[in-house]
Design a protein around this ligand. Sequence first.
Ligand code: DP6
Length: 324
Amino acid sequence: SNNSATALAHTNIALIKYWGKKNADLIIPYTGSLSLTLDQFYTKTQVSFDRQLEQDTLLINEQAVTDKSWQRVHDFLNLVRQQSGITENARVISDNHVPTAAGLASSASAFAALAAAASKASGMDLNERDLSRLARRGSGSACRSIYGGFVEWQRGSDDTDSYAVPIENPNLKDIRIVALTIETHQKPISSRQGMERSVTTSPYYPTWVKVVESDLKEIKSAISQNDFAKFGAISEFNAMRMHALTLSANPDFLYFNGMTLDAMNEVKRLRHAGVECYYTVDAGPNVKVICQTKNVDTIANTFSKILGPEKVTVAKPGPGIKYL
Ligand code: DP6
């Protein structure tokens, strides 16, 4: 029916990281960021607004959710109701094909799919820019999952001009991401809390803002020049500079564990042996290896031997948002 819609969004991996909000309520970042949408991991979400419902309901992978995640979805639906003028509660049914263990942010695909399905079900017919702005309010990284391939989140300065755009005529089409699953036994600090602590306590934060500005320029020129070595090197540096903001916070924290360091060293060993590859790490222990098609089998085989084949997933550039 009219008040129901289904959307599918893929997750993305940031090569230039988003780490810090200027405005936490509107999710306006201190810096731009740049990501690659992946083909392997996605969220499919159906939203139905229904006057019979006494409250919003949320089902993720067939499980009823009533905790913090429900609250975050409920707050987001309130925003959609406010923008569209509808008052009905919603039934949200979400299938998350992002193995939580793979350590890829599921909030990016989750809020991109929710923004698309909820806005459509509410009767709003948003263009991609406005959809990206809306998804941003759910989770910053979600604004990039509206588009496929390489995507830049332009930081902007307020709600109207902070949104993602696709990189036009991208090169580096044979890029591959080998996602390595590394277990953690620590209770994680969420990216939301972690970035807040970095902004408020790391003496290096102002330098990060400058670094990202130049890293963004450099990586965009590497993409347009089809310069994989430059692209990979900037990605790796940028990720390490982000993690330096956790070590320099008060209290300090760290997303890496011993296996993270081993995997990073293995990437460097491969690289020095002539297998060109680089790494990036998000707010968790998992390592994503950045490579090209010509080396993807060597890299996947090497890590399959170390970690077991079930811990290794090869991803390609993936598509933008789809309505089903
Ligand atoms: C390390 O988008 O999850 O993955 O806006 O608070 O929901 P919120 O944060 P989130 O942070 C992602 C952090 C990152 C880097 C990135 O994806 O750019």
